[in-house]
Design a protein around this ligand. Sequence first.
Ligand SMILES: Cc1cc2nc3c(=O)[nH]c(=O)nc-3n(C[C@H](O)[C@H](O)[C@H](O)COP(=O)(O)O)c2cc1C
Length: 140
Amino acid sequence: MANVAVVYWSGTGNTEAMADLVAQGANDAGGKATVIAAEDFDAGQLGDFDAFAFGCPAMGDEDLEQTTFEPMYDEVESRLQGQKVALFGSYDWNEGEWMDKWGQRAANAGLNVVGTAIAKDYPDDDASEECRRLGALLAE
Ligand SMILES: Cc1cc2nc3c(=O)[nH]c(=O)nc-3n(C[C@H](O)[C@H](O)[C@H](O)COP(=O)(O)O)c2cc1C
């Protein structure tokens, strides 16, 4: 059984809803998901998990949230080489460019990015299904 960490930051709840869906997908696929707010996660917990989903909405100008999420992510990314990782988050104004940048960044850092999921605002049925699918991939 894979222990899956679902680590997220969310200002208005959209990415938080996605985190719960990713966790549901992982649990339904036989894994054990733990949903953790970004401020409660650090590199010391990496060893407790087999796979990781990170969630952050588009903030700034197609960036990650810089006060809480990105400092945590900067710390853990370099220690996740070769590990199964999925990325997800919500956006509104543009077309998801922040996720293209983030996925590229993670791949360049040597992470095994098994998939990404984005939702315009609150996840609709299609985005919800994508989130569950990500969770299932991490639980394999
Ligand atoms: C300060 C700020 C910056 C944002 N920057 C972007 C952006 O660059 N591109 C975009 O598509 N949406 C942007 N948004 C919209 C959010 O990504 C969107 O509202 C998202 O659903 C918020 O997710 P959350 O509910 O998990 O916080 C921004 C929102 C805020 C408040």
